[in-house]
Design a protein around this ligand. Structure first.
Ligand code: MN
Length: 427
């Protein structure tokens, strides 16, 4: 299924008078503050967020999975779904593939298919946290950290294979997330496990094309519950630093212990030029994979405040981070969930762009905590939704993506095309 731009226009037109009024009001407010609405719109349009191929099916928990019907049955259909999202919001112009769930069979055809939706291939993701059929060695007790060199070699070879697929598709980065860890004190030698992981990563790093980057993701617990080999940003940074200039830390918002100051982590990594990528999601307790902005929109804004500051004052030459959503949940239609997530990200980004940085810096230098809070919360509490809608409108996308998605009965159409009992590969 493809959405015709005329269908979007027809629905947009109905809401246009109301939108014009809201946008004009906001536009005047922003101009008075010395901001240029058109400049902000350009920045929002340039900010593209990659959709992971595993988020298009209904996710599950370890207790169950409740598929919603019409899920993509193949890589082509996953690309179609991201194409639908991009047609609606003009902000999801890339797809992030997970191997081996999405092995491209005909590279040329897959590339052409993505191009027909104006989609690029973002970072590719390896998987050594599951055993696949026909796999010789098990990852039950780890992959890149395993005590047995044959298991480590199998995991290294898998990553090199993922790079090969990604290279053919035009990806420029590999994201490595390891489940490696232990569930019982004494089970694993911390030092040996970390050393073996570093040695394995070095082999993968050396196998990357010269223009590729490696993103090393961290996570404090789960699936193992006593320790994980790459538990935090510091461990990831240590590995990335020893690997080389093209290795970076990847921050996944859900991979922190409760109340961790993620915005500070972002600031520190950018100061070191070592922030490679971002996985967006939201959480109440742990790696909950909830819709971005559903729980803690102010935290998301504070994170973007650091990201924008880091990008505008880039003395460390941190490369432009790769932006990806990493979420999939049980309850919502995954497409609607992703539309909401992209909007929340764009909104937090736009809000951060409107922060008066000079005034904030002056408040900080004079230790005026009250004024600093006023400046940040003033930006956070200004409703920029008409600005995001205008950015979409100017890009021929939907003023209100979820509304259009529902009005066009996209899910119903997908169920009709694909069936009610399809199951997308993924978690
Ligand atoms: Mn992640």
């Amino acid at each position: 299924m493809r959405i015709d731009k005329n269908q979007i226009n027809t629905i947009n037109n109905r809401a246009l008078p109301d939108h014009r009024e809201s946008f004009e009001y906001l536009s005047n407010k922003l101009t008075t503050k010395g901001l240029e609405p058109e400049h902000l719109i350009q920045k929002i349009q340039d900010f593209q967020i990659a959709i992971p191929s595993w988020a298009l099916g209904t996710g599950g928990t370890r207790f169950g999975r409740f598929p919603g019907g019409g899920e993509p049955r193949s890589l082509e259909e996953k690309i179609d779904d991201v194409g639908l999202l991009h047609a609606l919001n003009a902000g999801s112009g890339a797809i992030s593939l997970h191997i081996p769930w999405d092995i491209p069979e005909d590279i040329g055809a897959v590339k052409a298919h993505a191009a027909s939706h104006n989609l690029l291939f973002d970072a590719v993701n390896s998987n050594t946290f599951q055993d696949q059929e026909e796999q010789e060695h098990s990852y039950k007790f780890g992959s890149l950290c395993h005590t047995d060199s044959k298991v480590r070699q199998q995991a290294i070879d898998h990553n090199l294979e993922v790079i090969k697929y990604g290279d053919q598709l035009g990806s420029k980065a590999l994201t490595v997330w390891l489940a490696d860890g232990s569930s019982f004190p004494g089970q694993m030698n911390f030092r040996k496990a970390l050393q073996r992981t570093l040695d394995s990563l070095k082999e993968i790093y050396q196998g990357m094309p010269a223009d590729w980057k490696m993103f090393v993701e961290y996570k404090p617990y789960e699936p193992y519950f006593y320790h994980t080999v790459i538990q935090d940003w510091g461990t990831s940074h240590l590995l990335a630093s020893q690997l080389g200039d093209r290795a970076f830390t990847l921050v996944d918002l859900g991979h922190h212990l409760p109340n961790t100051n993620i915005e500070q982590i972002v600031a520190t990594l950018m100061m070191q030029g070592k922030l490679g990528g971002f996985h967006f999601n939201d959480s109440k307790f742990g790696d909950d994979d909830l819709t971005v902005g559903a729980m803690k929109p102010y935290q998301l804004f504070l994170i973007f405040n650091e990201l924008v500051e880091g990008m505008e004052d880039n003395a460390s030459k941190n490369p432009a981070p790769a932006w990806m959503i990493d979420a999939s949940h049980n309850l919502k239609d995954p497409m609607e969930d992703l539309l909401q997530s992209v909007e929340a990200i764009q909104l937090a980004y736009a809000q951060a762009l409107t922060v008066d940085r000079n005034a904030l810096e002056n408040a900080r230098e004079s230790n005026d905590a009250v004024l600093a809070q006023e400046i940040l919360q003033n930006a956070f509490r200004t409703d920029l939704r008409p600005l995001i809608a205008e950015a979409r409108l100017q890009a021929n996308a939907a003023l209100s993506p979820v509304e259009v998605y529902r009005e066009l009965s996209v899910r119903k159409q997908l169920v009709k095309e694909r069936g009610a009992k399809t199951l997308a590969t993924g978690l």
